[in-house]
Ligand binder design. Structure first.
Ligand SMILES: [Zn+2]
Length: 196
């Protein structure tokens, strides 16, 4: 049985004698496909993509605001950005990845950069020659697709919600949920998800 000696953890309702992990090694719960953690948590030492032991750690700085604020884009992009910076909630989460999934993440980043830089290289002749002007939209498309592909392909976790204490994470696979997380309300004497 894991030993719990953190006052901070027990006062936060994280005390969980039946739990799989002590707070110092990261404690999380699963809520459907989401992982719920206290802000600033180090997730357990399992790869979030496959549930195998994690050889690598990655710090993710996450930011979130209620989706309704996206409507402000219709008013003006600058208005949205200013309001979003004011109302957003942030959290830093330390996640684990295995060697295979860390390599896959870097491969996506490299792939995205290659396509994006190839797009820039494609665009340049289009600006210099009337006959090759068709290369401009082709290159610009490659630039955008490379950036989007790289970002999406290398993505690890994203916030579904952040409040003052907890983060609801998307992106952890069922294999991780099975080995690393307790079900919400499963073994908790004092569930801390109340009032979501
Ligand atoms: Zn993995």
């Amino acid at each position: 049985m894991a030993k719990y000696d953190s006052d901070d953890a027990s006062s936060a309702g994280l005390f969980n004698p039946q739990g799989k992990h002590s707070p110092s090694h990261g404690y999380c719960q699963r809520e459907g496909n989401l992982v719920v953690v206290r802000n600033g948590t180090r997730l357990p030492d399992y790869c979030i993509k496959c549930g195998e032991p994690a050889e690598h750690r990655l710090i993710r700085k996450l930011s979130w605001h209620p989706p309704i604020y996206y409507l402000l884009v219709l008013v003006g992009l600058l208005v949205y950005i200013i309001v979003a910076l004011i109302v957003r909630k942030t959290a830093t989460i330390d996640i684990g990845l295995c060697e295979r999934h860390l390599r896959r993440r870097w491969a996506w980043i490299a792939f995205g950069w290659m396509i994006a830089l190839g797009g820039i290289a494609t665009t340049v002749p289009g600006f210099n020659s009337q006959e090759l002007v068709v290369l401009v939209p082709v290159g610009m498309s490659m630039l955008v697709l490379g950036m989007i592909g790289g970002i999406i392909g290398s993505r690890t976790v994203t916030p579904d919600k952040i409040d003052d204490r907890f983060t609801w994470l998307k992106g952890c696979r069922p294999e991780f949920l099975a080995v690393a997380c307790d079900p919400v309300g499963g073994t908790m004497s004092d569930p801390w998800i109340d009032g979501r």
